[in-house]
Design a protein around this ligand. Structure first.
Ligand SMILES: *Cc1c(COP(=O)(O)O)cnc(C)c1O
Length: 377
């Protein structure tokens, strides 16, 4: 069994994907070919924002807006403690100081209450200037943007939505990647919408930021690539990747998102009496980037992972530790609060095989094995 079945997806889409790739190769516009612009228009329309700027990967999609905002030395950037490393790496790379904030136990997302406490702590310490909140849509469920924006407004901060796992999620009718002042996503192959290599995209309604970010993606270009008005990067989405994504976006919107939600519902129906199953808040939609259960304790979790592995069911630990526990951040981050929820969850979470192509049979087999181990059949 695959943790996320990209092979079946390719098998189903093979004809369209192969011809899209062949066409891109035949046209030989490998950088900034027409599929890139077309994809950006389709993504902006789907997410419901004015501008989409594709780039080389999801990490760059976080770094570029921070660069556009001039974030650097002396700035505090608030990041959930329970997330993929890149959420905190991006501000740190620019010389800013990540301030790690504990999460909520039910949603795995940043705790607005703890966020406000952290901001107050940084202000009273007086060493750093609070600038940005990086809100992560962890495992596919959008963060609590109503509260996050209330706090951002109160303290005059910008919100960067790390929607690397969030694409396709929603709150009401509003789509993920539209919730921040700028939103970022990743097309890493295993993400909900993945390409066949690295890729990313940035979303915003601001004409001014969009223009600066576009320039930063291409060596800080002015009139053209050889007129350079700022220090930038080389961060673009390849034409071939854009061609693949155009095919995959269509299927994602037409049925994959619905299918993955059916699978989540089925997992929850069959597992909720046995183990703590993930919760999606009222009015929220998840894309189920991960389906994460929470075991009673670390030993139960580790035993379960091992037992599943023995019957060739891959189950993954996202994430085994908090950001504040990463060696890379031992010097150069601000700690605030106790991180009790991050610590609780990082020792107990287990992500199960998931995706739109997980079959009923596979799902039942996973459930059966979990029941065997946790309640003896
Ligand atoms: C995957 C991921 C990223 C980074 O995306 P890449 O395309 O791998 O650079 C950033 N943030 C989160 C939350 C992610 O899951």
């Amino acid at each position: 069994m695959e943790f996320r079945d990209l092979k079946t997806q390719y098998h189903i889409l093979k004809e369209d994907i192969d011809s899209a790739i062949s066409e891109a190769i035949a046209n030989t516009n490998f950088i900034s070919g027409s599929p890139v612009k077309e994809l950006e228009q389709q993504l902006a329309e789907y997410v419901g924002v004015k501008h989409c700027i594709t780039c080389a990967n999801g990490t760059d999609a976080l770094i570029l807006p921070l660069m556009a905002w001039g974030i650097g030395m002396g700035d505090a950037v608030f990041v959930p403690d329970f997330t993929f490393f890149a959420s905190g790496e991006a501000p740190a790379l620019l010389g800013a100081t990540p301030v790690f904030v504990d999460i909520e136990k039910d949603t795995f997302n940043i705790s607005p209450m703890r966020l406000e406490e952290s901001i107050k702590q940084v202000l009273s310490d007086g060493k750093l200037k609070p600038r940005v909140i990086v809100a992560v849509d962890l495992f596919g469920q959008p963060a609590n943007y109503e509260e996050i924006h209330r706090i951002a407004k109160k303290y005059d901060l910008l919100v960067l939505e790390d929607g690397a796992q969030g694409f396709g999620g929603a709150i009401g009718n509003k789509k993920a990647c539209s919730f921040g002042n700028v939103g970022a996503t990743s097309f890493f192959p295993a993400k909900p919408l993945g390409c066949y290599g690295d890729g990313g995209a940035i979303f915003t309604n601001s004409d001014e930021w969009a223009e600066v970010i576009r320039s930063l993606c291409i060596h800080g270009k002015g009139k053209d690539k050889y007129d350079n008005v700022r220090i930038g990067m080389n961060s673009r989405l390849d034409t071939i990747q854009a061609a693949v994504l155009k095919v995959k976006l269509k299927q994602f919107v037409e049925y994959e998102l619905e299918q993955v939600n059916e699978n989540a519902k089925e997992y929850t129906n069959q597992l909720q009496d046995v183990v703590k199953t993930p919760i999606v808040l009222d009015g929220y939609t998840s894309n189920w980037a991960q389906y994460t259960i929470v075991c009673k304790n670390e030993k139960e979790r580790d035993n379960l992972q091992k037992a599943l592995k023995e019957v060739e069911i891959p189950a993954m630990i996202y994430y085994a530790k908090g950001m504040h526990e990463q060696k890379a951040f031992q010097n150069g981050c601000v700690l605030s609060g106790s991180y009790e929820n991050t610590i609780y969850l990082s020792r107990r979470v287990l992500a199960l095989p998931m995706g739109p192509y997980l079959t009923e049979k596979e799902l039942s087999f996973v459930v059966k094995q979990i029941k065997n181990l946790l309640i003896g059949g």
